[in-house]
Design a protein around this ligand. Structure first.
Ligand SMILES: Cc1cc2nc3c(=O)[nH]c(=O)nc-3n(C[C@H](O)[C@H](O)[C@H](O)COP(=O)(O)OP(=O)(O)OC[C@H]3O[C@@H](n4cnc5c(N)ncnc54)[C@H](O)[C@@H]3O)c2cc1C
Length: 499
């Protein structure tokens, strides 16, 4: 069903191209941009303008910044988004030759939110944040960063369950699902969204909630950029001023104790819902360390016992663990992952299991010998848990992610290489891919593999939507046909993970 529908869409696109070419020359990217400029003269920019350069250079991934679109539409209002979508829908109706990308924070993987030689719709101008304190709901423009969200909400003593890195955008993270520090308490970011404002393929704006366009409401909770352009989300907040957070660094020789502690923390049958922790193993030239990133949704005077299990597993090299506000934590994370580097990353998911934790670490660790020749490299393997309370909250959150409803915890594994020189692309890609596929093969062999891949961390081409399960895929296809009958967001927005 999935393949057939996709093939039909491609065949139709090809047919239209053929028919279109006999009737009238299809629009080319420069013509698309010129047509957009006529409707939106003040917000369409070309290379050699500061608006264009500012937008392009602000992508997190270097590969994106080096692949310029033909033009960028820097929208400042919902009306701008409507006009842009109407023009692009018209231009693409016959020829499908104006491919475009939807970009919020621009923190996504290579190819997700930038259309080389095409059109980029930059949503960062839609970054207004207002708060209904009575309802404890924040209305956030989809182009805002989570750093801006933290800054505004800190002044009110509120926390939105969103990104932990301040540079990450609201749009991409919340449509992927969204893992926050308070996820075990409240589920994914998407589970906490009570309303979306969306521009459909027709250019019309609709409100999407549990009572209005309820099918789309569910589809957006994990459905990525496949249904329309989200211009605003309304999200529930938590009353928290200061919380525990930060990262503790250990020598890599302590890995066995750390793996054990991570297993005990995540598998604890009386898991403390306020606690969250992920564990990374990281190489930079000159040092290889274990990093435990800890968080607690509260401000007790001392670190809660459940987290101390991880914190006390071995003597630390140094630590940023402290009580602080979200602005400080999101800034710390953003500084730790600077933009402008080349990136390779892949993600997988497995059941929490001691053997796969150890084996995957060992596979990654053994590959260090081969990558050390690459200059200025950061190379890491991360475990990010989906503990039982998170899965239970997610099951109630109405998302379309297709995760099991509780019981056994899952763990996301994320491999990442950050470096500077394109000359290292092939060499590193080959190694990272091999390491990753060895880890997945081991998980299969141990019988702990899970097909789910978190969209926020997935590499280009990984089967994200398929991982949601057949019935969710069928549901998403139905919703797509209803809200986007011409399949604009499938045919003309190549970036991201398509249905
Ligand atoms: C260093 C780092 C830290 C991270 N931290 C976290 C974290 O704490 N929690 C977490 O869950 N994830 C995290 N992520 C992953 C993050 O969620 C994804 O990279 C996410 O896609 C980024 O969103 P963005 O808006 O910045 O990206 P963009 O590149 O702008 O967009 C990503 C995708 O979403 C689509 N999209 C964006 N906005 C819209 C919109 N308004 N309407 C329709 N489609 C849209 C784009 O078309 C694109 O396909 C992190 C990633 C990195 C690299």
């Amino acid at each position: 069903m999935f393949l057939t529908r996709r093939l039909v869409a491609l065949a139709l696109a090809g047919f239209e191209l053929l028919v279109g070419s006999t009737l009238a020359a299809p629009a080319k990217a420069p013509d698309c941009c010129e047509t957009l400029r006529k409707s939106l003269p003040d917000i369409v920019s070309w290379s050699n303008t500061s608006a264009f350069t500012d937008s392009l250079s602000a992508y997190w991934v270097q590969q994106e910044s080096l692949a310029p679109p033909e033009c960028i539409v820097s929208v400042q209002s919902v009306a701008h988004v409507q006009t842009t979508v109407r023009v692009l829908a018209r231009l693409n109706a016959k020829s499908n030759t104006c491919p475009f990308a939807i970009r919020a924070g621009g923190h996504g993987n290579y190819g997700a939110s930038n259309q080389a030689s095409g059109v980029d719709i930059d949503l960062r101008g839609l970054n207004r944040i207002t708060v209904d304190q009575g309802l404890a709901v924040a209305s956030i423009g989809a182009g805002a960063s989570w750093g801006k969200v933290a800054l505004e909400l800190d002044t009110l003593g509120l926390v939105a369950p969103g990104g932990r890195d301040g540079d990450v955008g609201v749009g991409g993270l919340s449509l992927a699902g969204g893992i926050s520090y308070v996820a075990p308490l409240v589920g994914f970011t998407a589970d906490n969204i009570v309303k979306y404002q969306v521009v459909k393929a027709s250019g019309d704006v609709i409100t999407v909630s549990a009572t209005s366009n309820a099918d789309l409401f569910k589809a957006l909770k994990g459905g990525l950029n496949n249904f329309g352009i989200v211009t605003r989300i309304d999200i529930k907040t938590l009353p928290l001023s200061r919380t525990w957070g930060g990262t503790t660094y250990y020598d890599i020789s302590t890995a066995p104790q750390q793996l054990n502690a991570f297993y005990n923390f995540t598998s604890d049958p009386s898991y403390d819902d306020k606690a969250y922790a992920y564990q990374s193993f990281g190489y930079t030239p000159g040092s290889t360390v274990v990093l435990n990133n800890l968080a607690y949704a509260g401000a007790p005077a001392t670190l809660p016992a459940k987290l101390s299990v991880l914190n006390a597993a071995a003597p630390a090299l140094f630590s940023t663990l402290r009580l602080d506000n979200q602005t400080a934590f999101t800034t710390e994370q953003a500084v730790a992952s600077p933009k402008g580097l080349r990136q390779i990353h892949y993600t997988t998911t497995f059941q929490l299991n001691k053997e796969i934790l150890t084996a995957s670490f060992e596979i990654w660790n053994a590959s260090l010998a081969r990558i050390k020749s690459v200059p200025n490299l950061t190379y890491s393997w991360t475990f990010e848990p989906l503990p039982a309370p998170l899965l239970a909250a997610s099951a109630k959150g109405g998302n379309v992610l297709g995760l099991p409803s509780g019981g056994k915890p899952l763990v996301l594994g994320l491999i990442r290489a950050s470096y500077v020189d394109a000359a290292d692309d092939t060499y590193l890609n080959d190694i990272v891919k091999q390491v990753f596929s060895d880890i997945e093969a081991r998980a299969e062999k141990l019988g702990v593999a899970n097909q789910w891949k978190y969209a926020g961390y997935a590499g280009k081409g990984q089967p994200v939507i398929e991982g949601y399960g057949k019935s969710n895929v069928a549901f998403l296809e139905k919703v797509s046909s209803k809200y986007d009958p011409e399949q604009l967001f499938q045919r003309s927005v190549p970036g991201g993970f398509k249905l």
